[in-house]
Design a protein around this ligand. Structure first.
Ligand code: CO
Ligand code: CO
Length: 355
């Protein structure tokens, strides 16, 4: 934690602020190690203060090593004002992306005479590159998702509903030690598989359906995110062709992604394959996103993304083709950028499973 705080401070030093305040739960955890659901972090060059409430007195003191833990008053902003005064902060950095306009007005109101200086994505940029211990946790979360896919492949058949499948996935992951799911489970079958974000419904899965499963486990505060598409047999030639094209695009991206590449160039690796295959209009979303404490975080692998990939970043690679009235395919892996390429963290089979 000490190293992280030093790195954060090094990034805001140039802004000449006396303190830095974060509201974002992910950043609160990243800076202090505190896993409670409520709190704020106020940093200076010398000190890190965690403001939380009395429900978390014991937990915060145990978890937030090296930080000053302060139980705030009924109005937390009153306590913030006292701390800002104690630390002699005149210019305070804050995260414009993690507070609402209402919160900003309240902050201004609570700190008269203090200049609020926006500091965008300071912690988010640092969080992009994972430490070894973080990589282990994401790999553990990915392993749970892999095992869940193997399990669900034996469960899905014509006659079960999307909701049954989602529930079975979630129960399985919880039994493997997951704290929960990392986002609402997507089970989209038949024509619904043409919806990139089709959350599970009561629709009953039937013959000739593609079934897209997009899910993840949360484990030790870190998330995994995997997508596999299966088909309920017998598949048509079109099922086979569309699946093969998405898989080719995904593997092309996995083979080509490496440090130094921009998010836009990475995105194009897969997009070019799908365009050449004649389905460019059916791949509407971006190739991938960073993954860590949050299931969607920086960097972005997308058209117009200038983010530059670096060793240690964890991102998803998830091309898809969605054909209205027919169905869709998406294949998503979690990867870590290595010295000269990338390594997969998810390993579930990508052969087209005919169930
Ligand atoms: Co996903
Ligand atoms: Co994803």
């Amino acid at each position: 934690m000490e190293k992280r705080r030093e790195r954060i401070w090094a990034r805001i030093e140039a802004a000449d602020v006396g303190g830095f305040l974060t509201y974002a739960p992910e950043n609160r955890y990243y800076i202090t190690g505190f896993t409670g659901s409520s709190g704020y972090v106020l940093m200076t060059a010398q000190e890190t203060v965690l403001l939380t409430d009395s429900r978390y007195a014991v937990q915060a003191t145990a978890q937030a090593q090296g930080a000053t833990v302060v139980m705030h008053a009924a109005r937390w902003l009153d306590t913030l004002r006292e701390q800002v005064k104690r630390l002699a902060i005149r210019r305070l950095g804050f995260e414009p992306g993690s507070i609402t306009y209402k919160s900003f007005l309240e902050l201004q109101d609570a700190l008269p005479g203090i200049e609020l200086v926006p500091q965008s994505d300071v912690v988010e940029r640092l969080r992009m590159v994972k430490e070894a211990a973080e990589l282990e946790r994401i790999a553990d979360a990915a392993k749970i998702a892999d095992d869940a896919f193997a399990h669900i492949a034996g469960y899905i058949r014509a006659g079960v509903s999307e909701r049954d499948v989602a529930l079975e996935l979630e129960i399985f992951m919880r039994k493997q030690g997951a704290a929960g799911i990392s986002f609402t489970t997507i089970v989209a079958s038949g024509e619904r598989s043409a919806l990139p974000h089709g959350v599970a419904t009561d629709r009953v899965i039937g013959r000739g359906d593609f079934v897209t499963l997009d899910f993840g486990a949360r484990y030790n505060q870190y998330a995994s995110d995997i997508t596999r598409t299966v088909v309920i047999g017998p598949p048509s030639d079109r099922h086979q062709d569309v699946y093969a094209l998405v898989l080719r695009a995904q593997e092309r991206a996995l083979a080509g992604i490496k440090p130094g590449m921009s998010g836009e160039v990475a995105d194009a690796l897969a997009r070019d394959v799908i365009e050449d295959g004649g389905y460019g209009d059916y791949f509407g979303h971006s190739l991938g996103h960073g993954l860590g404490i949050a299931v969607h975080e920086a960097p972005r692998l997308a058209r117009k993304s200038e983010d530059v990939l670096q060793e240690g970043m964890v991102v998803t690679v998830e091309p898809g083709i969605y054909i209205p009235g027919f169905g869709g395919v998406r294949i998503e892996d979690d990867i870590v950028l290595t010295t000269d390429g990338c390594a997969r963290l998810t390993h579930a089979t990508k052969e087209l499973l005919i169930l």
